[in-house]
Write a protein of this length. Structure first.
Length: 274
């Protein structure tokens, strides 16, 4: 923790953020029960008849995650049969961060990647838009509430960044990629993990039944059905893999690699900051 404390002044753009996150004293870590209670009974704001854009999308995404945060981990593990755990490990392995790297967990949610980074003996800092998700986080890493499109982090101050299952939720990918380029130092590695729809027609039909029919039912049973209805629909926000790879190159990344994982159910983009 000392190592991280030494780097904090070089990390944050604005010291006012420190009062939210300073090394283990974050206010949401001492008030998760209160936050969880506050979200019970909230109506999911994600429209079911269309996919919102711009500021409306950002607000709906934030409120949706605030709503589902208390049971996010449970639903996630049930829904993915814990396969997401292995995919985060695979992301870490592919990024191959040098020992003791300072790595951002972007869209940290409940802190899965932060925990994985700690296991690899790295220094982790989580950033997420949803206060509810951060309140439910189970990690000792400092957490900051912030938007991935305007990161509260100084230029070239981190050794790398990972981002799990959030690309679909962002209002604009090129803006996110240029923020990534701004905050990661030259030679730093990034790993962006998300779901994807398999290429194989056979797997795709199984995928469609599972995500369109089964997942919303699991969500309704354990959490909020309409929020989990959004999951399969949100995939259409994601551009084709070749487009995302080109966006990363345009933002200033090299060695851009796209991996289809688990038969195409997940995708991993990795790259090096030029
Ligand atoms: C599906 S969850 C993934 C959480 C975690 N990364 C994981 O691997 O389980 C997506 C997360 O992205 C966050 N998010 C969505 N849009 C964001 C934005 N513009 N800035 C920061 N976080 C955002 C949500 O609040 C949510 O916690």
């Amino acid at each position: 923790m000392m190592r991280l404390a030494q780097r904090l002044p070089f990390l944050y753009k604005n010291y006012s953020f420190l009062n939210l996150s300073l090394v283990g004293l974050s206010p949401w870590r001492v008030r998760p029960a209160k936050m969880a209670a506050a979200t019970v009974g909230m109506v999911n704001p994600m429209p079911t008849d269309h996919l919102p854009e711009g500021e409306a999308k950002r607000n709906a995404v934030r409120e949706m995650f605030d709503t589902i945060a208390p049971r996010y981990d449970l639903v996630n593990r049930v829904m993915t049969f814990r396969l997401d755990v292995g995919l985060r490990k695979k992301t870490m392995k592919t990024c191959a961060f040098a020992p003791n790297s300072l790595v951002l967990d972007l869209a940290a949610g409940t802190g899965d990647f932060c925990r994985e980074l700690h296991k690899g003996d790295h220094l982790a800092v989580g950033v997420d838009l949803s206060y509810g998700m951060l309140a439910a986080a189970r990690t000792s890493a400092p957490l900051v509430q912030g938007d991935l499109l305007t990161l509260p982090i100084l230029n070239e101050s981190v050794d790398g960044a990972v981002c799990g299952y959030a690309l679909r939720n962002l209002v604009e990918l090129p803006a996110f990629f240029s923020e990534l380029h701004r905050v990661v130092r030259t030679g730093g590695r990034i790993g962006l993990l998300d779901v994807s729809r398999p290429d194989s027609r056979f797997l795709r039909s199984g995928y469609d039944v599972y995500f369109n029919r089964v997942v919303p039912k699991i969500g309704a049973l354990l959490s909020d059905g309409s929020a989990y209805n959004y999951l399969p629909r949100s995939l259409s926000y994601l551009p084709d893999r070749s487009v995302m790879m080109q966006m990363l190159r345009d933002a200033g990344f090299v060695d851009v690699v796209h991996d289809q994982l688990q038969g195409g159910l997940s995708q991993l983009l990795t790259a090096t900051r030029d």
